[in-house]
Design a protein around this ligand. Structure first.
Ligand code: ADP
Length: 495
């Protein structure tokens, strides 16, 4: 496309009087236009078709074919239709202005030529032409964008409707369902009419609504959330374990969440069954191995060389780790399934915190960590052994993941109807995307944590199960690289 202001436009002049042609061409060339001039209308028409100019100056009165006819030919051909035509008429000639416009001319000038006027008119029509062309290009782009968007929307709609995975679109602000697919209806047991415009709270959909709310918080921080394990309650009251992925989208200007669900209920059940079966099967032979190793290491079966003793010690260490792992798995499975019931009794939070700190004092000392306790005295009804198990696990993690010289604090306070216990460290911290995940079985921030720190990846999972059995809540807040604080809420006795 030419630029009207940079005077690079290509102008075709058709006039049968050579002197006029010469004069006009010179004026235009002086202004920097590219000029083609012809005296015969038929040559002009051919030239215009072969290489369409940006503008045509056309004499009205010519012997072979008059200007109006030439213009009609130009307008009849798609290649030349859009080229602006300005008529030139000599003073004394009768210019039929109406006809000039009727046949498609955009303007006219009269001889003798007023140079400034001619140039001004040419410039105006070139600018109009240029704007027209820009508009046409923009229109083409818009049309293309619209058809691409329509195609994308169609694709999304198809994927949404026919996906085997349950999908729901809900408003971000109130979590109100706007659209759901067939798979979502199947998993939830509701009909379309029962869900649309209702919120998850109305339907009592999530077993633990806090997990969903926390997931949305993570989503807002990171723009998307993948595979958060949640449990949902169907209309019939059945509990389904699902992996939830959420994306933020905009629907008619409203901020919404696109919730994708992967039903893992059956997989989880098989996994649990398999793990507990294997663990039971492993426990007996492992206890017999450790018994045998003990006999060897205490030299009851004969003296050992120094090297033999070292090897037996390594074997004992590793076997003990395996036994710990198997016991943890069984413990978790029994707590989760309710096979181990909690034995609640009245106790004082002050004593629990002191006991937990005392139990971890030796480990803290070896790791050169200062352990501070700030307990408060308040009566609670809990299974004290199990709560101690949780606190020592949190303290052990806090110590494990802190550098020597740092401090770890165990404190408690009353927070409305709850006793709030905090375990705070100044250690390596936990990345935001792992804050929920580490409470899942075998989940560790770093895959090497179990080897380097001696853990099993089950401690937090067991802790969560114990706290949930007490109708409490456990979560962590952390600044990566600066430290973490684990929080526990335990219900206080209703007086
Ligand atoms: P583990 O036996 O590996 O400690 P847990 O379930 O207790 O198992 O913890 C899971 C993972 O969470 C740990 O391996 C570690 O990656 C991370 N973690 C737990 N507590 C902390 C903490 N205080 N600071 C940093 N990371 C932690």
């Amino acid at each position: 496309m030419f630029d009207a202001t940079s005077t690079k436009a290509d102008i075709l002049v058709i006039d049968d009087t050579p002197e006029n042609l010469e004069l006009l061409s010179q004026i235009l060339k002086d202004k920097g236009y590219k000029v083609r001039s012809v005296t015969k209308p038929s040559t002009g028409l051919r030239g215009a078709k072969a290489a369409p100019p940006d503008l045509i100056l056309l004499d009205v009165k010519m012997p072979e074919m008059n200007g109006y006819e030439v213009c009609q030919h130009l307008k009849a051909d798609e290649l030349t239709r859009e080229i602006p035509v300005i008529f030139i008429s000599a003073l004394g000639d009768v210019l039929d202005k109406v006809k000039a416009f009727e046949v498609g001319g955009v303007d006219y000038i009269t001889k003798p030529l007023q140079v400034e006027e001619v140039l001004a008119r040419i410039k105006t029509h070139l600018t109009i032409r240029q704007l027209q062309q820009q508009l046409q290009t923009q229109n083409r782009h818009l049309q293309q964008e619209i058809s691409e968007r329509t195609a994308a929307e169609e694709k999304f709609a198809k994927a949404f409707r026919s996906s085997p995975n349950p999908i729901a679109i809900a408003t971000l602000a109130e979590n109100r369902f706007l659209d759901i697919n067939r798979s979502f209806l199947e998993i939830s047991g509701y009909s379309q009419a029962e869900i649309i415009q209702k919120s998850a709270t109305n339907l009592n959909l999530w077993i633990n609504p806090q997990v969903y709310d926390d997931s949305v918080k993570i989503l807002l921080q990171n723009d998307s959330l993948h595979n958060q394990e949640c449990q949902l309650r169907t209309k019939q009251g059945e509990i389904k374990t699902v992996l939830l992925s959420i994306e933020l989208i905009e629907l008619d200007g409203v901020a919404c969440t696109l919730n994708l669900i992967n039903d893992i209920t059956e997989r989880k059940r098989l996994e649990d069954e398999f793990i507990s079966l294997v663990s039971h099967e492993l426990r007996t032979p492992m206890n017999s191995i450790i018994g045998a190793l003990d006999l060897l290491s205490t030299q009851q079966l004969g003296a050992l060389t120094v090297q033999g003793q070292q090897i037996i010690n390594i074997a004992i260490n590793n076997t003990e780790r395996l036994i710990r792992l198997v016991n943890d798995i069984l413990d978790l499975e029994r707590i989760k399934s309710g096979k181990i019931s909690m034995q609640p009794s009245k106790c004082n939070a002050y004593e629990l915190l002191i006991q937990a700190a005392q139990a971890m004092q030796a480990m803290a000392y070896t790791a050169q960590i200062t352990l501070n306790v700030e307990p408060i005295s308040v009566e609670i009804i809990v299974d004290s052994d199990r709560i101690l198990q949780v606190l020592t696990n949190l303290l052990s993690n806090a110590i494990k993941f802190s550098e020597p010289g740092k401090s770890v604090c165990l404190r408690s306070q009353i927070n409305s109807l709850y006793l709030q216990i905090e375990v705070q460290d100044r250690g390596r911290g936990i990345p935001p995307d792992k804050l929920q995940l580490i409470f899942e079985r075998f989940q560790q921030v770093d895959a090497s944590d179990s080897r380097s720190k001696g853990g099993t990846g089950l401690g937090l999972s067991i802790s969560r199960s114990i706290i949930e059995q007490h109708k409490g809540r456990i979560w962590v807040e952390s600044i990566f690289g600066q430290g973490s604080t684990f929080y526990i809420h335990l219900p206080l006795i209703n007086k």
